[in-house]
Ligand binder design. Structure first.
Ligand code: CDP
Length: 221
């Protein structure tokens, strides 16, 4: 058995981070940590509080939030204050508010601390926006996974359609572009490729091809 590594995967919305990270983690027997789900859970808490989506109110709503990621029979679950919110955090409403919530320093500090403690034991693949740059700067392997906006929007469209949702491609593309902009231009921990990260552009690659490439990099790293 090779030594257990810490793997950081960053990139914009819809690049395939969670699909690939989950697949690769399963093949290597690693734990997959979805940091986006953690930010989504905080956003859900803020929305449920009915407070306005402003920095001060976000801080109040997020002050004593309790977030937990659990693997139940091979399925990843997200818990917010002891409640399973794995489905609720995927709504369009949460997707549209999450980047605003994730830009608040207080929220990032709390979640970053939690994420670092989750990665301590190694054998971990963590995906997000700032994993290689801020959360785990000493990760053994860093990957920056991207794809064109049009391709990312098409993938997200297919995913939502498959869930039976009535969505429109143009509107998804606009939402993704807006989120990319907020995530890349925010002051704290913006989305950017770490200097020592390896870039994978998945625009014309299959899931299998990206997974194989990632496993090769992990074995080598
Ligand atoms: O799955 P998708 O790519 O749509 O997004 P996600 O990974 O679930 O992340 C949702 C949002 O959380 C992102 O658009 C960021 O605003 C925020 N996020 C972040 O700021 N830092 C992270 N490490 C992970 C997510």
């Amino acid at each position: 058995m090779s030594e257990l590594k810490v793997v950081a995967v960053d990139g914009p919305a819809g690049a395939g981070k969670s699909t690939i990270s989950k697949l690769v983690a399963g093949r290597l027997g690693y734990t997959y940590i979805d940091t986006g789900a953690m930010y989504r859970a905080v956003a859900l808490k803020v929305l449920e509080s009915k407070l306005p989506l402003e920095d001060e109110e976000i801080m109040i709503a997020a002050r004593d939030v309790d977030i937990d990621l659990r693997n139940e029979d091979g399925v990843n679950k997200t818990y917010l204050d002891g409640r399973d919110v794995s489905t609720e955090i995927r709504t369009l409403e949460v997707s549209r508010s999450v980047s605003k919530v994730a830009a608040v320093g207080f929220v990032r500090e709390r979640l970053t601390e939690l994420q670092r403690s989750m990665a301590k034991r190694g054998g971990v693949i963590m995906d997000g926006r700032d994993i290689g740059t801020v959360v785990l700067p000493d990760a053994d392997v860093k990957i920056f996974l991207t794809a064109s906006v049009a391709e990312r929007a098409r993938r997200r469209y297919d995913e939502l359609k498959a869930k039976g949702l009535d969505v429109e491609l143009g509107s998804i593309e606009r939402d993704i572009a807006a989120r990319d902009k907020l995530d890349s231009e925010r002051e704290i921990a913006p989305l950017k490729q770490a200097d020592d990260a390896i870039l994978i552009d998945s625009t014309s690659m299959t899931i299998e091809e990206v997974a194989d490439k990632m496993i090769e990099l992990i074995n080598r790293g």
